[in-house]
Write a protein that binds this ligand. Structure first.
Ligand code: F6P
Length: 637
């Protein structure tokens, strides 16, 4: 083939020969092949065009799909969020979000947003309302108003005063319990009835035939009605289901919960026993019943099925875990339905309320109203709210002051070899949730890393034995005792030991004296609903001095942000925090403590009770009687 002036020619040439083989000429056939190029180029151009068109079509398709499936819903979501921020969005998040989780999360976001805003408004309103501090007298007047002639009844497992034999003598002790610390001042202020388990060996001897007595001993302010439980009931209901099942289930401390069917049966029986005692005591009168804690989850429902007119509130003193953690409980739906008998369920933190609503959402056929933090089950509405619990002022308790206090502190210093020492204190029930092992280890590292504090500082740990029929609790005491021993052995000198581990029931006078004496208080819960020791320490620092080292996993950390917050699982961080607390200068100590004292004084236990009672009367008025024909295990005995 040759190219000639842009034309492609095919040439076929042959010699023409005669018979003897001599060449006579040449035969040449010329063929113009240009049309082939044109065709090839034409085809190439058409193919390129088709590819381009298909690509464009595919791109348009993909873009339209992306817009419809992703971008448009996300734009709508953004617009809805903007309106939510400006308080214009009253509707639910836009439907059809591309990722199911995004829909759920935006639902929750809206709910939390509204809850936070409502809380902000309530707080602003409360600030206006609470220029006057909440006192015992103010709560009494307020409660009379709310109750409008109804009785106030509290029901809990733990009783506020336990009578025990001690060297043949009867004595009344106040148990180491956050619940009692918080609720006793409320009952003392308002009067009323407290129904609780009579756990002391001298309890029966101090009551009338119905199990009643007036308390506090020697200063009758309200009635305590004791409920008697058999040994089997205590083992199954209290030690078993409540404290080997629900306690580790709700506290995320890597302690495996144990669920036994026999414990569950005892739990049901015991819950009926407490509810029956309440019903018996109130007769046909109207009442506000404040059910307390995880031991009595079924009581609200049992009460409501007999007396739908009662105003029933449940306060959960421990954390509420996320649904994934809670769902391992074999009787999860029964527990939830029992709780939903209440008109109002209270937790310490908004986060626990969110977890609770999430849990109900996944495990019970109830209608959820995230906007109002309410749940409808069989025409009965339960409202869910945070009520961070608190303490009363120490001046209202029978604790010494002035010279008497100085004498008591002097005696304690002498008895425990603390003269001339700076004291770091811890006050706890001996429980694996309190992070005591972590605390002892942090003290050890603090003395290792910062040897300048040796022979100048003593760590005093007051430990009240607790739930000692459970092996894990007994073992913890032994473990802590040997750890304290090991650390003391490692650092002790002739005149100094770094740790005093005082295992005993300590009365409030002793606790107060140690809190006053201490420069630093350690609260290292691995997980805790609130932790009232943190607030008690702050409330005790009348001179405005002292440093609180507080676990970020205790509910109290949300309010007491001026504490040195720590992750108790990090021994390094914890030890450094102790060092920082010991080295902090006076002006910083005062600023921090001042901020925390303001919070604890303003948000005291009287304000907590007032808020709870107001909310309970509001929501139960709105709730009505509902359908109380519940069909769950709470009916079985
Ligand atoms: O604060 C949680 C709580 O379980 C209270 O309900 C209880 O009173 C306290 O800890 C002490 O526990 P217990 O009553 O088992 O001694």
């Amino acid at each position: 083939m040759i190219g000639w002036e842009g034309v492609h020619l095919h040439i076929l040439a042959r010699h023409l020969q005669d018979e003897d083989g001599s060449v006579k000429g040449v035969l040449a056939v010329l063929h113009d092949a240009s049309y082939l190029d044109e065709r090839i180029n034409g085809r190439l151009a058409r193919s390129a065009f088709s590819v381009l068109m298909v690509t464009l079509l595919v791109l348009t398709g993909v873009m339209t799909l992306t817009w419809t499936v992703y971008e448009r819903p996300l734009h709508r979501l953004a617009e809805w969020m903007r309106r939510l921020r400006l308080e214009e969005a009253k509707d639910a998040p836009p439907p059809g979000l591309p990722i199911a989780d995004l829909g759920t999360e935006s639902d929750r976001l809206a709910a939390s947003f509204r809850a936070a805003r409502t809380k902000g408004r309530t707080e602003a309103h409360n600030v206006a309302r609470t220029e006057k501090a909440w006192t015992r007298e103010r709560l009494r007047a307020h409660a009379l108003d709310c109750l409008a002639g109804a009785q106030l009844v509290a029901v809990s497992n733990r009783e506020p005063y336990i009578h025990q034999f001690h060297n043949g003598e009867r004595r009344a002790i106040v148990p180491a319990s956050g619940l009692v610390t918080a609720l006793d001042p409320v009952l003392q202020a308002c009067g009323g009835l407290w129904v609780a388990h009579g756990a002391g060996d001298a309890d029966r001897e101090t009551t009338d035939r119905q199990g009643r007595l007036t308390v506090p001993p020697g200063d009758s302010r309200y009635t305590l009605r004791r409920v008697w439980l058999s040994r089997e009931e205590q083992l199954g209901y209290y030690y078993g289901f409540s404290n080997e099942g629900l306690w580790p289930l709700c506290h995320l401390t890597h302690e495996r919960p144990v669920f036994r069917a026999s414990d569950w049966q005892e739990y049901i029986k015991a819950n009926h026993r407490f509810a029956d005692a309440v019903l018996q005591e109130i007769g046909s009168t109207s009442a506000f019943v404040l059910v307390q804690d995880y031991h009595l989850a079924l009581v609200p429902q049992i009460l409501k099925s007999s007396r739908p007119d009662l105003k029933v509130g449940l306060f959960w003193h421990i954390p509420w875990p996320n649904p994934e953690a809670f769902r391992i409980c074999p009787w999860r739906a029964e527990i939830l339905r029992g709780m939903l008998g209440a008109d109002l369920v209270g937790f310490h933190l908004q986060q626990h309320c969110n977890n609770f609503l999430d849990t109900v959402d996944r495990m019970v056929q109830a209608r959820l109203d995230w906007d109002h933090f309410a749940l409808d089950l069989k025409k009965h509405t339960t409202h869910v709210r945070p009520f961070p619990i608190s303490v009363q002022d120490w001046s209202e308790r029978r604790v010494p002051s002035g010279d008497k206090l100085a004498r008591q502190m002097g005696e304690l210093r002498e008895r425990h070899d603390l003269e001339g020492m700076q004291v770091i204190v811890g006050v706890d029930r001996i429980d694996y949730t309190k992070g005591l092992i972590e605390r002892f280890r942090a003290v050890e590292l603090f003395l290792t890393k910062y040897p300048q504090h040796r022979e100048r500082v003593v760590f005093v740990q007051l430990g009240a034995p607790s739930r000692s029929h459970i092996r894990r609790y007994r073992e913890l005491i032994t473990e802590l005792e040997s750890l304290a021993d090991e650390i003391n052995w490692k650092f002790q000198t002739e005149d100094w030991k770094p740790i005093r581990f005082l295992v005993a029931h300590h009365d409030s006078q002793a606790v107060y004296a140690f809190l006053r004496m201490a420069s630093v208080c350690l609260v290292s819960s691995l997980h805790d609903g609130m932790n009232l020791v943190a607030k008690e320490f702050v409330a005790a620092q009348e001179d405005g001095d002292g440093v609180l080292v507080l676990s970020e996993f205790a509910g109290a950390a949300r309010e007491l942000a001026d504490a040195i917050l720590i992750n108790p699982y990090s021994t390094e961080e914890f030890a450094d925090a102790i060092h920082r607390a010991m080295e902090m200068d006076l002006s910083e100590r005062r600023v921090r403590m001042g901020g925390m004292r303001k919070i604890v004084t303003e948000r005291n236990i009287y304000r907590w009770a007032a808020d709870f009672l107001v909310k309970l009367s509001e929501v139960s008025d709105r709730t009505g009687k509902g359908d109380t024909s519940y069909e769950t295990v709470a009916g079985k005995r």
